[in-house]
Every structure is written in structure tokens, then in C-alpha cells.
Design a binder for this molecule. Structure first.
Ligand code: KG4
Ligand code: ZN
Length: 416
């Protein structure tokens, strides 16, 4: 079953074609990051306008790439007129005939942004008489780690999520062919969400805990702003923590230099899986202020250590909770998802946290708990992840999705 999916919840306009919930044929992402970098964050009205401007081109690009792959369109790639070339009526008909359903992120997200994607999806569903499958954006993130690309040689990668699967070298996701095993624990760490789920089957979630204030990604973004770094903050903090800066001779930051507070970790919270990052944010503000008082040279020198200590503290807090939850619930697999799951320190520490359980690479012994994270391109917002959820939702209840009218944008959509 081939699904055309659309994502427009926040600052990325995306379209993808995914087969049977796992195989990504096409994945097109138009990112507005450069635009929002200027303002240090997403301005909803600006984001909505950019989606409106980009949606047709993004959809066209996805359909073109697919048309080319199946031989309906020839020589589109590399053709100088590529950008201006329209898909002819007959070709479009052939391409659309191969698509079984349309999926879209119904929410949560910014209203103006959601409207663009949902209107486009409804129009396509009506026009081409395809089922329309509305999907929860975060549920999409949960499915990102079992996507693999159609042309990816790595199919059958070693599945240990250690990033040595080969392939194009840009990811480290596991994307193999195996079936997923339930129950699994999934930690979502994105800009807007920070939740820990026990997933017992497709569509069956138990929310174990969530952030009481800022999500991990939001904390990265806000602290990066305090540090004078760009948006989005996560990659910026990772970069300066890992590579240092000129002022410190490009030495990596020391993650243990500053002891920072970890909330919700005391005994009385031992069996709770909620998170809180606002105290850490306040501690960062004070630390930064104190360093700035000492002078800009001092501050610049300290920056990599500050970034590394903050990054380490966030990762350590998340993983201690995850480990506790794993001890309590005995999952077969652990997945991390969402933008922050791209963080390399988090991935390394995750491997380390569960290494004692016997990694697969260790003399071929199976891991007791499999660890998985998405390929880098599927960590941040994308449409392919939505195509995956949509497939599993659809095959469980096809009747439910027969009308084009069933995706009304929902800013605060819940799914658990
Ligand atoms: O999942 P996502 O793309 O959008 C939401 O649904 O929120 O997540 C975006 C978040 C941003 O806060 C960004 O700073 C963070 O993910 N992020 C990272 C990294 N890459 C993106 N945080 C830490 N390290 C990274 N490498
Ligand atoms: Zn997201």
C-alpha cells in the first residue's frame, strides 16, 4: 500500500511516499529554519505563509521524484528546466493511480500551518478519490525509527542503532527489515513534546510521563538563545560542545565542568516519569549571567564547557528516567524519537546506559533490550513518519478513512 503523506505542523513543509508503513520511496522536506533563524524562533504567521507558498512545489517535487522512479517521467532530475517543468495531465494520472491513500498531520501544531497541509490533503483526497488518513504528529515521530529508504543499501542494517550501518553515512538510524517487538518504551524528545510511552501494539499507548513545563528541545532552543547561538538551538549547542570555539582553542567542552540541577529525580519522584526543565533553564540563566559579568573573553572561553554541561545534564536526566522505566516495565525495545533524538551525545549515552544488557554486536549475542533511533533525516519533522503511522492505522480499520472530509486541523490534538 502506497501512501502520500503531508506534514505542515510547524516550520517544515514536507511530502513523502511510503510503502507499507516502512519503505520510503520519496521524502521531500522544505525547511523554514533559515527564515526563523532571523527572529530566533518561529513566528506563527510567518510560518503559515511560508507553508502556503511552498506546499504546491513540495507536493509537485515529491510526485515528480516518484514519477521518475517508476518511469512515468523521464530525465526530470538533472534537467535544467527541472524547477519549471510541470507534470503533464496523463503522467499525473499515472502517478496518482499508484497511490492508495493520502495522509496528513492533523495536529498538534500551529493553526495557520496545519490548515495549509490539511487543505491540500483534503483537496487531493477529494479530487483523486483516495482515502484520507489524519495522523497525530507525535505519533508520527514514534514510528520514525522503523522507516527505511527504498534505495538504501543498508536494508538489513545491524539494527543495533550504533550508527555503523554504513549506507550514506548521514544517519545512524537502524532502518532494517525486522518486525518490531512489543512492548516497547518510546521517549519523544522534540521542541514541543517530551513524553515517555509504553507502546503495547500499534495504536496502543500508555503515557508513563511527560514534561511538566518545557520540552527538552525547547530547553535547548531557549538556552542556545541565552548563549547567543542560533535557532534551532539543539544542533548549535551540540556543535559548540563537541568542537569548542576559537576562544578555547577548539577543544571539546567538558560536560562535567558545571554541576547543574536535575529535576524530578529525588526519591519521592522515583517511580514517576515526568520531566521538568524549567529549573535547569533558570540555573543556566544565572550561570550565564555570572560568566558574562566576568567579561566577554571569559564568557567565550567558557562557552563550550557551558554547552557541554547543559547537554550532558539534559541527556542524563532523560536517560535515568528511561532506565528506571525499563526496569519497571521490561520492554523488548527502546526507541527515542523527535528532533532531540538526533543529538549524538544522547545516542552515545543511550547505548552506554543499556550496554550492560548485552549489545548485539558483542559476540553476536542478542541484546535483551533492542535500542533504536531514527535515521537523522527522520528525527526532525518529516512526512515519511506520518505515512508509516497512517498505514498501520488504515489496515486496522479501512472504513474509518473513506471520506475526504475527516481531517480538520486540531491544534491540541491528543492520541493517548
Ligand atoms: O521534532 P522536531 O523537529 O519538531 C517538533 O515537533 O518540535 O524537534 C525540533 C527540536 C528543536 O528544539 C531542536 O533544537 C531540537 O529538536 N534538535 C536537537 C538536535 N537537532 C534538533 N536538539 C539537540 N541536539 C540535536 N542535534
Ligand atoms: Zn515534530
Amino acid at each position: 500500500m502506497l501512501i502520500l503523506s503531508i506534514e505542515s505542523t510547524c516550520d517544515e513543509t514536507c511530502a513523502a511516499l511510503v510503502e507499507d508503513g516502512r519503505i520510503v520511496h520519496v521524502n521531500v522536506t522544505y525547511s523554514q529554519i533559515a527564515e526563523h533563524n532571523k527572529t530566533g524562533g518561529v513566528v506563527p504567521e510567518v510560518a503559515a505563509r511560508r507553508h502556503a507558498e511552498a506546499i504546491t512545489q513540495v507536493l509537485e517535487e515529491a510526485l515528480k521524484q516518484y514519477g521518475e522512479k517508476i518511469g512515468v517521467l523521464k530525465n526530470v532530475k538533472g534537467n535544467e528546466n527541472d524547477g519549471n517543468e510541470e507534470i503533464g495531465k496523463e503522467s499525473m494520472k499515472k502517478i496518482m493511480e499508484g497511490i492508495d491513500a493520502i495522509a496528513v498531520a492533523q495536529g498538534p501544531g500551529l493553526l495557520g500551518c496545519l490548515m495549509v497541509g490539511n487543505n491540500a490533503a483534503s483537496a487531493l483526497s477529494l479530487m483523486w478519490e483516495k482515502p484520507l488518513i489524519p495522523v497525530h504528529h507525535i505519533e508520527g515521530h514514534l514510528y520514525a525509527s522503523w522507516l527505511r529508504e527504498k534505495d538504501d543499501e543498508r536494508a538489513g542494517g545491524d539494527g543495533d542503532g550504533d550508527g555503523d550501518d554504513g549506507g550514506d553515512g548521514d544517519d545512524g538510524g537502524d532502518g532494517d527489515n525486522r518486525e518490531v517487538e512489543f512492548p516497547m518504551l518510546i521517549l519523544t524528545v522534540s521542541g514541543g513534546h517530551n513524553q515517555l510511552f509504553l507502546m503495547e501494539g500499534h495504536g496502543k499507548y500508555k503515557l508513563l510521563g511527560e514534561t511538566l513545563d518545557d520540552a527538552a528541545g525547547e530547553a535547548f532552543d531557549k538556552v542556545a538563545r541565552m548563549l547567543g547561538l542560533g535557532y534551532p538551538g539543539g544542533p548549535e549547542i551540540q556543535r559548540i560542545a563537541a568542537n569548542g570555539n576559537e576562544a578555547n582553542g577548539f577543544k571539546p567542552g567538558d560536560p562535567f565542568k558545571y554541576e547543574l540541577p536535575r529535576a524530578m529525580m529525588k526519591n519521592e519522584h522515583a517511580d514517576e516519569f515526568n520531566f521538568s526543565f524549567s529549573g535547569l533553564k533558570t540555573a543556566m540563566r544565572t550561570l550565564i549571567l555570572n560568566l558574562k559579568v566576568k567579561g566577554s573573553n571569559e564568557f567565550d572561553q567558557a562557552l563550550p564547557d557551558v554547552a557541554a554541561s547543559f547537554e550532558y545534564t539534559v541527556c542524563d536526566t532523560l536517560l535515568k528516567k528511561l532506565r528506571k522505566a525499563a526496569e519497571l516495565h521490561g520492554p523488548k525495545e527502546i526507541h527515542i524519537a523527535g528532533g532531540v533524538s538526533a543529538n549524538l551525545r544522547l545516542r552515545k549515552m543511550l547505548e552506554h546506559t543499556f550496554a550492560s544488557k548485552g549489545p548485539k554486536s558483542d559476540k553476536g549475542k542478542p541484546r535483551e533490550i533492542e535500542i533504536h533511533y531514527p535515521a537523522l533525516k527522520f528525527c526532525t519533522d518529516n512526512a515519511a513518519m506520518l505515512g508509516s503511522v497512517a498505514y498501520f492505522r488504515y489496515i486496522a480499520d479501512p472504513e474509518k478513512y473513506s471520506t475526504w472530509e475527516n481531517s480538520v486541523p486540531n491544534v491540541g490534538l491528543k492520541f493517548h
